[in-house]
Design a protein around this ligand. Structure first.
Ligand SMILES: Cc1ncc(COP(=O)(O)O)c(C=O)c1O
Length: 427
């Protein structure tokens, strides 16, 4: 596979961009080799600057549920851009997309748009502190909520590859009020909340984690979490930046019939453009400026071009859409897992709807410690290279989730299945 142009551009990139990238995992630091420079995409496929085509299962880290360059998304963006990129005022489209979100996401009565999932999580935590007038925040090992100072502890895939479990540059004061607990550990949760509840403002969780590979929270664990947070007046925040509108219109919270106080969204609601949002209970959201004393603002928040892409995306989503997409993914997962079992391959796919990840062991993964035990950087790097050489792009790091879009076909998945089988037979 010729990649001269990628190599040339990446060499230049290293001279002017830190490590040649604007987000660390793109540098292939976890899998080795020369990072590819992408040029264009359409449907389930994208192409690098040397003209090599790949079926894309990373999909801009889950953002592209319709695949690349979907016609109506492109048209909406062109139309919105031609009408003016940004006004710094309220626009009608903000209202339309907010109505869509309020209608479908059970916990959200009021919503605020921001520019990234990081900003959404950061603001939701601030709001929980402003609302409760308490200082501590609880998160769970292996959950990633963006690069928020207070939450960058035991934060899953990208951060796990750093030498420190959290980042340099974060003073102790920022994390001394953060507790990170084992995911799915009800006893640790009960002990912590019972003991520290007077000081805990919020608990933030990915109800289905995607940043230690895919791990669903146990229903009983979430029930206890909801019960105790309600009992103690702690703000429960579901981070659905990855799962929001990926799994269903009502998101994971509706599927589990578990209503948090606040929800963070991102990725899909921007149709492939930078976005974040948080929303929830009216009495909590009304603590935000201009109605309340918790300040949060943004020059580009609710940008009409981005929201046009988001709305054009959301308009495609309905029960039938998810039924097809989830069925495709779940069947693929089931067939691969049957194959692994039959052939005694020490691997399995963790699947939740159209989010999946490959584990290098047979036993299910329930928390971050399990996820790390089932991870093999070396084996994943070999698998990644094998897939890439065969025209399939997976996330360039073990412990990341991969995704399907509505543009992926049975044929795409048959090919992926065949490559995975070959890898584990011959590799
Ligand atoms: C669950 C979750 N929360 C927050 C974020 C941060 O979002 P962003 O990268 O848009 O800042 C991510 C990003 O992958 C995520 O998966």
């Amino acid at each position: 596979m010729a990649v001269e142009n990628s190599v040339k551009i990446f060499k230049e990139a290293r001279e002017v961009l830190v490590g040649g990238v604007n987000s660390p995992v793109r540098s292939f630091v976890s899998v080795g080799g020369d990072p590819l420079v992408m040029a264009r995409g359409k449907g389930s496929r994208f192409q690098d600057v040397d003209g090599n085509a790949y079926t894309d299962y990373c999909l801009s880290w889950g953002a592209l549920i319709l695949g690349h360059a979907r016609r109506e998304v492109v048209a909406a963006v062109k139309k919105a851009a031609a009408a003016g990129a940004s006004f710094g005022t309220t626009t009608a489209i903000e209202v339309e997309i907010a109505q869509f979100i309020v209608k479908h996401v059970p916990s959200i009565e009021l919503v605020r748009f921001v520019n990234s999932g990081t900003e959404a999580a950061m603001s939701a935590v601030r709001l929980s502190r402003g609302f409760t007038k308490r200082k501590m925040v609880v998160k769970f090992d292996g959950c990633y909520h963006g690069h928020v100072d207070d939450l960058l502890i035991a934060a899953g895939s990208g951060v796990a590859k750093l030498q420190q479990s959290s980042s340099l540059g974060i003073p102790r004061a920022h994390v001394q009020n953060t507790l990170s607990l084992p995911y799915n550990d009800t006893a640790a949760l009960m002990e912590t909340l019972n003991r520290f509840h007077k000081d805990i403002a919020g608990v933030i969780i990915e109800p289905v984690a995607g940043n230690m590979g895919v791990v669903a929270a146990k229903k009983d664990f979430l029930k206890v979490l909801r019960y105790l947070t309600r009992k103690y007046g702690i703000v429960l925040i579901f981070d659905e930046v990855m799962t929001g509108f990926r799994t269903s219109l009502g998101c994971v919270q509706k599927e589990l019939d578990m209503i948090p106080d606040l929800t963070c969204l991102g990725k899909i609601i921007g149709g492939g453009f930078p976005i974040g949002a948080y929303g929830g209970r009216k009495d909590i959201m009304e603590c935000l400026a201009p109605l309340g004393g918790v300040y949060q603002a943004g020059t580009f928040s609710g940008n009409p071009v981005i929201l046009s892409a988001g709305l054009a995306t959301l308009k495609n989503l309905n029960g039938e859409f998810y039924e097809r997409l989830n069925r495709l993914a779940e069947r693929f997962g089931r067939e691969m897992n049957e194959h692994f079992r039959k052939k005694n391959v020490p691997a399995h796919l963790s699947v939740y709807r159209s989010m999946m990840s490959l584990r290098f062991r047979k036993e299910p993964v329930r928390d971050y410690a399990d996820a790390q035990a089932a991870s093999s950087a070396g084996l994943y790097a070999r698998l990644f290279g094998w897939l890439l050489n065969n025209g399939v792009y997976w996330p360039p790091a073990d412990l990341e989730a991969f995704f399907l879009s509505s543009a992926h076909s049975q044929k795409d998945l048959r090919r992926l299945a065949s490559l995975l089988k070959q890898f584990f037979t011959d590799g």
